[in-house]
Design a protein around this ligand. Structure first.
Ligand code: PEP
Length: 249
C-alpha cells in the first residue's frame, strides 16, 4: 500500500488562498511517493479541485450530513460534495465530537452514506488525556470503531480509511511517540480484523494524526501499522507540508 499524507485545513484558507497554496505546493513535491490528500473548507473545494487537476492530489471535505437533502439549515450532503469534485470526507474528527457534540451513532449514519455515495470516509477515533490516564484507551478505541462502523458492509469497508488521533495530541505540539501510536494502531487493526478478517483489515489505511511535523514524521511512518498521517497545523504551510511529504518513502 502507498503511504498517505493527508492535510486537514480545518477552518483556514479562502478559495483564493487555496489556489495560491497549490501553485506553490505542487512545485515543492515533484517526486512525492505518497498519496496526497487535502481536506479543505467547503468554499475552497472547487478551486482546490481545479488546482489539483493533473497533479495527483485528492481533494475532500471535513464533514457532511447523513441525509442527501432536506431541511437541515447550514448542512451539506454527500451528493453536494461529489458535485464539486470531492473524493473523500473526514468524519468524526475530535473537534466535531467535542465542539459540536457529534456521537458515534450520527457518525455511523454519515459513514454509511458517504460509502453509498462513493465518497471515501476517513473515520477519526482517539482517546482523551483522561481516558488514557484511566487506562481506558483500548476500550474507547474499540467502542468508537464498533459503534461508528456498525452495519458497514464488507464491500464498503474497502473504501474506508481510519485516522487514530489522540485528542491530547491534536493541535498541542505534543505528538504521540511512535510506540504509543503503533500500539493504538494495532488495537484498531485487531478490531478491524475481528470484524472483516485479517486480509481486509490489512488493506484499510490507518493514519496517525496529532501534531505531526517534519521532525516527527520519519520515526512514525516506518512503523508497520502506520500507513500514513493526517496533519492539521503543519499542512497549512506549503513548505512545511512538503517537507513532511518529501520525508515519506
Ligand atoms: C487534525 O486536526 O486532524 C490534527 C491532527 O491537527 P494537528 O496536526 O494540528 O495536531
Amino acid at each position: 500500500m502507498r503511504k498517505i499524507a493527508a492535510g486537514n485545513w480545518k477552518m483556514h484558507k479562502t478559495a483564493q488562498e487555496a489556489k495560491a497554496f497549490f501553485e506553490l505546493f505542487a512545485s515543492l513535491v515533484p517526486q512525492a511517493k505518497s498519496e496526497i490528500l487535502f481536506a479543505v473548507p467547503f468554499t475552497a473545494l472547487p478551486s482546490a479541485v481545479e488546482a489539483a487537476q493533473g497533479k495527483n492530489f485528492l481533494i475532500g471535505a471535513q464533514n457532511m450530513h447523513d441525509e442527501v437533502k432536506g431541511a437541515f439549515t447550514g448542512e451539506i450532503s454527500a451528493p453536494m460534495l461529489k458535485s464539486v469534485g470531492a473524493s473523500f470526507v473526514i468524519l468524526g474528527h475530535s473537534e466535531r465530537r467535542h465542539l459540536f457534540l457529534e456521537n458515534n451513532a450520527f457518525i455511523c449514519r454519515k459513514l454509511r452514506r458517504a460509502c453509498e455515495e462513493n465518497l471515501r470516509p476517513i473515520l477519526c477515533v482517539g482517546e482523551t488525556q483522561a481516558d488514557r490516564e484511566e487506562g481506558k484507551t483500548t476500550a474507547v478505541l474499540q467502542t468508537q470503531l464498533s459503534e461508528c462502523l456498525e452495519g458497514l458492509s464488507f464491500e464498503n469497508a474497502q473504501k474506508l480509511m481510519i485516522a487514530y488521533e489522540p485528542v491530547w495530541a491534536i493541535g498541542t505540539g505534543k505528538s504521540a511517540t511512535p510506540e504509543i501510536a503503533e500500539q493504538a494502531h494495532l488495537i484498531c487493526r485487531t478490531a478491524l480484523a475481528e470484524k472483516w478478517g485479517k486480509e481486509a483489515a490489512k488493506k484499510i489505511p490507518l493514519l496517525y494524526g496529532g501534531s505531526v511535523t517534519e521532525e516527527t514524521i520519519e520515526a512514525l511512518i516506518v512503523r508497520p501499522n502506520i500507513d500514513g498521517v493526517l496533519v492539521g497545523g503543519a499542512s497549512l504551510d506549503a513548505q512545511k507540508f512538503a517537507n513532511i511529504v518529501n520525508r515519506i518513502n
